[in-house]
Every structure is written in structure tokens, then in C-alpha cells.
Design a protein around this ligand. Structure first.
Ligand code: BT5
Length: 260
């Protein structure tokens, strides 16, 4: 089992640009903030920041992301050659890469909840945070990997899960990080050639499509998640017709089943 050191990761990494250079920190507020500082200073595409612990990990809408030791907390600087409305698809690419890496390294099959959550049996295993940083984008990925579920705060123990809880064994964090970066680079390359192929791959992993959903945190929309469009927006079939929902605006909750 390799510890998460820059050396262990570099020895496993087969990428062109992602993870190059690689900054591995013991502790940081948020890897997204550190990656943003590097992007502002001109860091190239693929520059990656990993921390063993985050003291101020962030989710979307300023929510907290709990980030104890044993998780994979990573951010990648991107300079997308895509129209800005398509940048959310970089989050799809990251979530797909995380799902592939988790499958290969831990044998765990995770579904994707729109927009970018990794879920197993309804519990959250990981998440993705896409932020614009001027002309760059920073994509943060968090995976609850080698974490004892008791290390999570009580309020998350019902809603979250970890690879250690699911497999009963440890997780090779360096291998997980390397596989994730490799797949992320592949999906990100595909995104520039054929964005519809990335959306199609996301659909195949989706646990959201076909489900009753309700949005919170912005515009309230309730209906059935019918599809995602070419920018990653969710299309919800409501009583008033098809409504397009953008990830930056809302969160998704399961809608009460009819009759409840
Ligand atoms: C996300 O936000 O799912 C995006 C998480 C991104 C984290 C990565 S780690 C590396 C990089 N650096 C950062 O600072 N962030 C990124 P969202 O969909 O808003 O989900 C946040 C919600 O998930 C919280 O309100 C909690 O309910 C729950 N949560 C917090 N920590 C969790 C954890 N470790 N595991 C599962 N659920 C968690």
C-alpha cells in the first residue's frame, strides 16, 4: 500500500499533462484555493494540488466539505478550450474519472447523481467542485477513500460513505489518485473532441435520470429528471413542461413519491 507522497504518485502516473506538476501538501485550507493561486500566477493546464487534510474544504454554494486524513482531496488547473457554457462538462469528466478510478482501485461501482456526486446505495462517496479562476477553471475532486466512517461527523454518518466502509479494507491512495488523473485527462481530451460522448458516458453512470427530483437553494422545480443537455444542465419534466436547471444554481433532493 503506497502512502500519498508525490514520489509514490509520480511513480504510478501515466499522463501527459495532468498531475504535472504535482503539489502534495500535508494540510491546506482548500486545495481549490491553492490551485487557484497557482492558476492566477500562470500555472499550466494539469497543475495538480493534493492535500492529506483540508481544514476548510468547500462544497458548492459555500457548503462545508469534511476532509479528514485518508481521503483523496485534489484540485486540477484547467485552461479549457471550450465555450464557457460548456465548462460544467469538465465536472462531468472529473466525476466520470473518479467513478472509473474507484471501480478499478477498490472494486466499488459508484453512480453519478447530478451534477457531480459519486453515490453508492444512496450515500455520498465523493463530490466535484468546478470554479472559474479568470480564464482558467479549477476542478476539485473529493473522494472518501481510506476513511473510517466513525471519523466523519455524526450528521454525515447517515448520508455519506467511504471506500473503507464499503470494502472493509484500506485503499491505495497513490494508485487512486494516479488512476483518477489518467481518466480525467482522457475524458477531458474527449470533451474537446466530442462533448456529446462525455454527456453520453455521464448518462450511462447516472442515477438521477428517470427519477423524481426537487431542486432547492434557488429556483424551486419539481418533476422527473428527464435528461441533461449539451452543457450539462438538467432537464426536468414538470407539470408546466420541460424546465432547464443549471448546476451552479440549485441542489437536488429526491422528490416525495406520489401519494406520500
Ligand atoms: C460537493 O459539494 O459535493 C463538492 C465537494 C468537492 C470537494 C473537493 S475536495 C478537493 C477540493 N477542495 C475543496 O475545498 N473542495 C474540493 P456539494 O454538492 O455542495 O456537497 C456538500 C454537502 O455534502 C455538504 O453540505 C454535506 O452535506 C455533504 N458532505 C460534506 N462533506 C462530506 C464528505 N466528506 N462526504 C460526503 N458528504 C459530505
Amino acid at each position: 500500500m503506497a502512502d500519498l507522497t508525490a514520489g509514490a504518485l509520480a511513480a504510478r502516473l501515466r499522463t501527459r499533462a495532468f498531475g504535472r506538476p504535482l503539489v502534495v501538501l500535508d494540510q491546506v485550507g482548500s486545495t481549490n484555493d491553492r490551485a487557484r493561486e497557482l492558476a492566477d500566477a500562470g500555472a499550466g493546464e494539469g497543475t495538480t494540488v493534493i492535500a492529506r487534510v483540508q481544514t476548510g474544504g468547500r462544497g458548492r454554494h459555500g457548503r462545508r466539505w469534511v476532509s479528514p486524513a485518508g481521503g483523496l482531496w485534489m484540485s486540477v488547473v484547467l485552461r479549457p478550450g471550450l465555450p464557457v457554457p460548456q465548462w460544467p462538462l469538465a465536472g462531468f469528466a472529473a466525476a466520470l474519472a473518479a467513478a472509473d478510478a474507484v471501480q478499478e482501485v477498490a472494486g466499488v461501482s459508484a453512480g453519478l447523481k447530478w451534477p457531480n456526486d459519486l453515490v453508492v446505495a444512496g450515500r455520498k462517496l465523493g463530490g466535484v467542485l468546478v470554479e472559474a479562476a479568470g480564464s482558467a477553471a479549477v476542478v476539485g475532486v473529493g473522494v472518501n477513500a481510506d476513511i473510517d466512517p466513525d471519523a466523519l461527523p455524526a450528521d454525515l454518518r447517515r448520508t455519506a460513505t467511504t471506500l473503507r466502509a464499503l470494502t472493509g479494507t484500506g485503499v491505495d491512495l497513490a494508485a487512486l489518485a494516479a488512476r483518477l488523473l489518467e481518466h480525467f485527462e482522457e475524458y477531458y481530451g474527449l470533451l474537446h473532441q466530442d462533448p456529446a460522448a462525455v454527456v453520453a458516458a455521464w448518462r450511462r453512470r447516472s442515477v438521477t435520470l428517470g427519477q423524481p427530483v426537487r431542486t432547492t437553494g434557488g429556483r424551486e422545480v419539481e418533476g422527473v429528471a428527464e435528461d441533461v443537455d449539451g452543457t450539462g444542465a438538467l432537464l426536468v419534466r414538470t407539470e408546466a413542461g420541460l424546465v432547464r436547471v443549471v448546476a451552479g444554481e440549485v441542489s437536488l433532493r429526491p422528490a416525495p413519491e406520489a401519494g406520500e
